[in-house]
Ligand binder design. Structure first.
Ligand code: AMP
Length: 284
């Protein structure tokens, strides 16, 4: 069957009705497009764990603040569809903004996951996670997938959507998959395209710093505040502007305590290189 591309809710519903009537499991992979190998690993997982794979491509205005990169975010629908067809994707859902938010940004119903939406990236980007959860809740209601696959690169997003799904009693399995990296360790991201060649050379330092912190924790360092401060200072000296580097509990992203088991912790980081905001993390 050739891959189907639908841009309307009705079109997606019709295509899905057939899958559901024949008892086929549906995997959903929500994306903003400009697909790279990280996204494709999620699609591959869906392929292996469900009969039908649906990828949504939508640059969600609700999750961008007015001063952010909504307008310049790379949009490459044709190339994305070619990659997805090659992987055996069944359906691409690429709606317009009006299709998902017919009442307009300021009049749209929003879903908020408290606390988890305000920490870390949520503190630096107020409203961002409400935009994410409001979109994903809509996609879940429309598509009613059996499973939905997310990247742990966006660790907080994954945890928050897991919580939303559980609390809103949505019968959907939420999967989080490991971060895909370039050979030098840089986490793959559509925003890497914003980096200048010099910045691209510097960019792998972020992951290296996290690995360095990991080694220190594994060697017994328990003064997490000192460790993160040291890391922030070092990155700053190397020309970065860190938003945060934090050691948190994996399960709810609350601050790590000295007597927590190392295996329960994750290091989370956001730092700017020039005009580009890079995000990364490392599970201990
Ligand atoms: P985005 O298009 O950036 O919204 O990402 C769509 C999905 O792909 C999200 O679940 C991301 O966490 C995931 N993703 C993005 N980059 C990577 C990566 N390098 N490795 C694994 N998953 C990723």
């Amino acid at each position: 069957m050739p891959m189907q591309i639908e841009t309307t809710r009705a079109g997606a519903r019709n295509a899905l009705a057939h899958y559901r009537a024949t008892g086929q499991r549906i995997a959903l992979i929500p994306t903003m497009g400009n697909l790279h190998a990280g996204h494709l690993s999620l699609v591959e997982y869906g392929r292996q764990h469900a009969e039908r794979v649906l990828v949504s491509i939508f640059v969600n205005p609700l999750q961008f603040a007015p001063n952010e990169d909504f307008d310049r975010y790379p949009r490459t629908l044709e190339a994305d569809c070619a990659l997805l067809a090659e992987l055996g994707t069944d359906l691409v859902f690429a709606p317009s903004t009006e299709e998902l938010y017919p009442y307009g940004r300021d009049h749209t119903t929003q879903v908020q996951v408290p606390v988890l939406s305000d920490l870390l990236c949520g503190a630096a980007r107020p409203g961002h996670f409400n935009g994410v959860s409001s979109l994903v809740a809509r996609l879940f209601n429309l598509i009613q997938p059996d499973l939905a696959v997310f990247g742990k690169k966006d660790y907080q997003q994954w945890r928050l959507l897991e919580r939303m799904t559980q609390e809103l009693l949505m019968p959907i399995e939420i999967i989080g998959l490991p971060t895909h990296r370039d050979s030098d360790g840089l986490a793959m991201s559509s925003r890497n395209a914003y980096l200048t060649p010099a910045e691209r050379q510097t960019a792998p330092q972020l992951y290296k710093s996290l690995q360095h912190m990991q080694q220190q924790v594994l060697a017994g360092e328990r003064d997490f505040a000192a460790l993160t401060e040291q890391c922030m200072n070092q990155l700053t000296q190397q020309g970065w502007r860190p938003d945060y580097i934090e050691i948190r509990r994996k399960v709810d992203l609350t601050p790590a305590q000295a007597n927590d088991l190392t295996i329960d912790l994750v290091i989370l980081a956001v730092a700017w290189l020039g005009k580009t905001r890079l995000i990364d993390n490392l599970e201990l």
